[in-house]
Design a binder for this molecule. Structure first.
Ligand code: TXA
Ligand code: MG
Length: 315
């Protein structure tokens, strides 16, 4: 059974030993291992039952440590200055001399890198002194975790995860925005808290939108089925049935559902993102026939919320 703890030295000790540790980030909890250690990386894939063609994000405490692994382009520097530490991942050209496990990057000649902003995890990364590979700490294709308890619930019987660092609830609540900077026109591979509009305002660049590709081998994590609860989930519901659980949004809630939770009674998209995965987990109960989700505005952070919901939903 994994220990839930706030002992940062213990986390560093386990990482040095090649063991896995679940860490809090501002987006979701990640399951971290030494990114230069093939065995540790293999255990991440085994723990999550993740297909090995789906590459991992590599996490650093500071941009200076990235230099040995990736080419930091001028555009990358600009985005880094504006958004790191924070919920942004950049796909950059991998350097030949990089010691990152090829298993972590699925053999690609690129690496996805980010600097998370959670102070406990930054401290662990600094003290560990090496980059860590860290996908979201959920079984592959299931709902992402936004609390230590969520991680515990998924892996309580798995000896591959000895330690979960409890850093409280994740305040962003959905995974980082991923931008591929290795192509002529930068591509948005996964929408997140940092929006295409913000990137355009900062750089003048209009990102190509790649996030709905069904079979793009460059971003296999963008495959359609993802974030799936156990019971079916339906989108754009305005009239819930009496055996359904309603995931509501905003002040005007339709009547009729067996039970409901509201992502944001005031209609605030930041609040809705923070609550999204935790509320899906709470409604994912055999007591209900399915989860019905009210329409979420397709603006700003709403793009990322709709992206996750679409992947969690039934056809
Ligand atoms: O917010 C986050 O990014 C969280 C926290 C823990 O940092 N991590 C996360 O990791 O969401 P994961 O493994 O669930 O998603 C990683 C995504 C996948 O969609 C994967 O395909 C993509 O990153 N990815 C990784 N390396 C890539 C690469 N070289 N090129 C394109 N996509 C890549
Ligand atoms: Mg994930």
């Amino acid at each position: 059974m994994p220990e839930i703890s706030t002992d940062l030295d213990l986390a560093v000790h386990y990482l040095k030993d090649g063991a896995l540790v679940a860490l809090p980030t501002e987006t979701v909890y990640g399951v971290a291992g030494d990114a230069t250690n093939d065995k540790a990386v293999a255990n991440i894939f085994a723990l999550k039952k993740r297909p090995e063609f789906n590459p991992l994000i590599i996490h650093y405490p500071h941009i200076t440590f990235m230099n040995q692994d990736v080419e930091i382009t001028e555009l990358a520097k600009k985005l880094a200055n504006a958004f790191w530490p924070g919920p942004l991942t950049l796909v950059l050209p991998r350097r030949q001399e990089s010691k990152i496990s090829f298993l972590a990057s699925a053999g690609l000649d690129t690496l996805a890198v980010r600097i998370p902003s959670h102070p406990m995890t930054l401290q662990i990364l600094r003290n560990f002194g090496k980059p860590v590979a860290a996908p979201s700490a959920n079984p592959s294709s299931k709902v992402s975790p936004t609390s230590a308890q969520h991680v515990f619930d998924s892996f309580k019987n798995n000896p591959l995860l000895p330690l979960i660092i409890d850093g409280g609830a994740c305040h962003v609540g959905i995974e980082s925005t991923i931008i591929d900077l290795t192509v002529p026109i930068p591509k948005l591979l996964r929408p997140g808290k940092i929006t295409a509009e913000e990137i355009k305002n900062l750089t003048g660049i209009v990102l190509e939108n790649q996030s709905h590709s069904k079979s793009n081998p460059k971003a296999p994590g963008q495959l359609k089925v993802h974030y799936a609860p156990h019971i079916p989930l339906y989108l754009n519901c305005t009239a819930p049935k009496k055996d359904q659980a309603l995931l509501a949004f905003g002040p005007h809630i339709p009547k009729g559902a067996a039970y409901s939770l509201n992502l944001s009674p005031s209609g605030n998209l930041n609040e809705a993102a923070t609550n999204l995965f935790a509320m899906i987990r709470l409604l994912d109960n055999d007591r209900y026939a399915s989860i019905a989700v009210m329409p979420i505005p397709k603006e700003g952070l709403g793009h990322a919320i709709n992206d996750r919901l679409k992947r969690a939903a039934q056809e």
